[in-house]
Design a protein. Structure first.
Length: 166
């Protein structure tokens, strides 16, 4: 808990911060509270914020989400992209096998259960007659990716209206 979604003045998600930092920004007049937790209060009787918006627009450089095993499984919703199974142990499959020039990129790796990965082997999905359920793509941004993870895990449902694709 204790996490606060920070929106730019234009209502674009900027960051996820602690409630302490959010309260300090509000007290300094740099941000306003848009959503709050009715169950948690500060000593003064003020509800803790869960979404704040900056009063001044801030330009932020784009950061790409790193390709990690955890991020890949999250992108694919912990589901085999060949058979749709969520029960079996998952592994990482290269759509174009590495031995045939395929690289470690968001567009070339996908989640597969062990049996599908072995069955596909050193072939492309087309050669193995195993079509992918979703075309692998790079996630939009690391912030929206993390925010969607928080929303789908049951935390911070109120963030959904501020995060595209949540």
């Amino acid at each position: 808990m204790g996490q606060v979604l920070v929106l730019n003045a234009s209502y674009e998600p900027l960051n996820i911060t602690t409630w302490r930092r959010a309260v300090v920004m509000m007290l300094k007049g740099k941000a306003e509270s848009l959503e709050h937790d009715p169950c948690r209060q500060l000593r003064q009787g003020t509800n803790l914020p869960t979404v704040i918006r900056l009063r001044q627009y801030v330009r932020v450089p784009f950061r790409q989400l790193p390709l990690t095993r955890r991020n890949l499984f999250q992108r694919d919703n912990h589901t085999c992209q060949y058979c749709g199974s969520r029960e079996n142990q998952l592994s990482i499959d290269h759509v174009m096998p590495r031995s045939r020039g395929g690289g470690d990129t968001w567009e070339n790796v996908t989640t597969a259960c062990l049996s599908c990965n072995v069955r596909k082997g050193n072939r492309t999905p087309r050669e193995a007659s195993m079509p992918l359920r979703h075309v692998p793509r790079r996630p939009a941004s690391s912030l929206s990716f993390e925010a969607r993870r928080q929303i789908h895990s049951g935390h911070h449902q109120e963030w959904a209206k501020y995060v595209i694709g949540a």
